[in-house]
Ligand binder design. Structure first.
Ligand SMILES: CC(C)(COP(=O)(O)OP(=O)(O)OC[C@H]1O[C@@H](n2cnc3c(N)ncnc32)[C@H](O)[C@@H]1OP(=O)(O)O)[C@@H](O)C(=O)NCCC(=O)NCCS
Length: 148
């Protein structure tokens, strides 16, 4: 299976905006957020991914088709090494439970060296289980990498 993680250009912003709506809809099952009067979920941070340093948006493609996205953010480092946050992570439903999320997360961890912060919403149990599994698997081959 060909999985690509492509840096999202500013021209891709509308695509990401659409995918974000699907992601926020999935989150809403767990965080109870309402849609606004236009029928959309609010997400005030998307523009910053092309205007602020330390933000990295990616589109995920499987066999050349859009299958998800990842938003990575650099946080203030407490130690010398950088601290990265998995700000948003989404795989479209039809592509789930095929190991794609794990492969994408592992490649993103490889790309950004340093410590990682991955904090799924407490009530989002599927995401909790996913990240626990994905980080455990990753640390087996990368025992020095730290997650918080
Ligand atoms: C969470 C999400 C990214 C998982 O993506 P995925 O491609 O289906 O994950 P994978 O197939 O790589 O799963 C790897 C392992 O994680 C665990 N896992 C994944 N989804 C799970 C679920 N719904 N319930 C329990 N465990 C799950 C399993 O251990 C799985 O291994 P297995 O299939 O061999 O049992 C996807 O369901 C999603 O986009 N959800 C909506 C958005 C979201 O909640 N994102 C996380 C924000 S923090």
């Amino acid at each position: 299976m060909k999985i690509e993680i492509l840096p999202a250009q500013v021209e891709d912003k509308p695509v990401l905006r659409h995918l974000l709506q699907l992601c926020l809809h999935d989150y809403s099952e767990f965080n109870g957020k309402e849609i606004n009067d236009c029928g959309l979920f609010d997400y005030p941070y998307l523009d910053y991914y092309w205007t602020e340093a330390g933000r990295y948006p990616f589109l995920v493609c499987v066999e050349g088709k859009l299958a998800g996205f990842v938003l990575v953010r650099q946080l203030e480092a407490e130690k010398d090494e950088p601290l990265w946050q998995m700000a948003e992570f989404f795989i479209l439903r039809k592509y789930r439970r095929q190991g794609i999320g794990r492969e994408v997360a592992h490649r993103v961890f490889d790309q950004f060296e340093g410590r990682w912060q991955v904090i799924p919403q407490e009530s989002n149990l599927p995401a909790q289980r996913f990240w626990q599994r994905v980080m455990e698997d990753y640390q087996q081959n990368n025992p020095t990498r730290e997650f918080q």
